[in-house]
Design a protein around this ligand. Structure first.
Ligand code: COA
Length: 255
């Protein structure tokens, strides 16, 4: 019997002893299809090829952690230091991901889409876009970094995109924005990891409103590691200095 509040969902069908994610049996996906491909499946509704899975995997690895200084890490550690449970500390960390930290992906995607979908010459459109933004002192999302001048993650993501055949117009738009900033401002603002992920997600056909989700999915294990370390290594309610800390994990090693 369907009630008056009956509604529909197209994500997962649940039956006794059987789960279908977008039509695929979960026990058939398990052990056979990577988590990254299933992320694409659950978000877009279709199972992608191996290449798309590899690209998403690279995005997730690129943003798994950035040490102890990012706002989300400090927020998560601060909450964990009060004795709050993992879920509270994790939620607090995730709440601090937006516009200026990890959450520039959505806005950057909108910028690239505006440039590419204008249908005009990408280099000229990017230059006009940068000029407009800088003249009105507006932020160009996905560019600039507090720490890195050349973000190694951007370079690698674009290399992988090229190897896998995803280097299309959106990545070109990002690169044209970067060179226009250099030309107009006389100073380099590197494409940061958000800006690079944004370009790749456009190439993969994701809509901007799902962009920041990729940073959140990527950073969740990193935040959990920080929360756990805070709980097992540190005194409760310590004064957490955002800058005065050092790394004492393993030295650089080869995979
Ligand atoms: N768009 C426009 N101008 C920018 C800019 C951007 N994305 N990033 C930096 N600038 C400007 C600064 O305002 C500053 O201008 P000034 O020299 O006229 O004073 C100059 O470039 C140098 O800035 P810098 O010191 O290198 O960066 P910052 O530490 O002040 O800011 C960010 C770092 C990340 C907050 C900043 O680059 C930013 O807001 N980027 C956009 C948001 C984003 O992509 N966030 C994700 C980060 S992973």
């Amino acid at each position: 019997m369907m009630g008056e509040n009956h509604w529909k969902t197209a994500i997962t069908k649940v039956e006794p002893n059987k789960l279908l994610v977008r039509g695929y049996r979960i026990d058939k996906l398990m052990g056979r299809v990577s988590f990254s491909r299933v992320i694409y499946l659950i978000l877009k509704g279709e199972l992608p090829d191996e290449k798309t899975g590899k690209m998403i995997d690279a995005i997730l690895v690129s943003s798994i952690d950035h040490g102890a200084t990012p706002p989300s890490t400090l927020a998560a550690r601060t909450i964990a230091s009060t004795g709050s449970p993992l879920n509270s500390a994790l939620a607090g960390g995730i709440l601090s991901i937006y516009r200026y930290h990890g959450g520039a992906i959505e806005d950057a995607m909108k910028e690239y889409i505006e440039i590419v979908e204008s249908g005009k010459d990408i280099a000229k459109t990017a230059e006009n876009f940068v000029r407009r933004k800088l003249e009105t002192r507006k932020i160009i999302f996905g560019f600039g970094h507090r720490y890195h001048k050349r973000d190694p993650r951007t370079k690698k993501l674009f290399e992988i995109a090229e190897e896998l055949g995803f280097n299309g117009k959106y990545i070109e738009a990002a690169q044209q924005i970067a060179s226009s900033i250099k030309k107009i401002k006389g100073k380099e603002l590197p494409i940061n990891v958000d800006g690079a992920i944004a370009a790749v997600l456009c190439e993969l056909g994701f809509p901007p409103e799902l962009g920041n989700a990729f940073f959140i999915m990527a950073r969740t294990p990193g935040l959990i590691a920080h929360i756990h370390e805070e709980k097992i290594r540190m005194k409760p309610m310590r004064k957490i200095d955002p800058v005065d800390h050092e790394y004492n994990g393993p030295l650089e090693r080869e995979i």
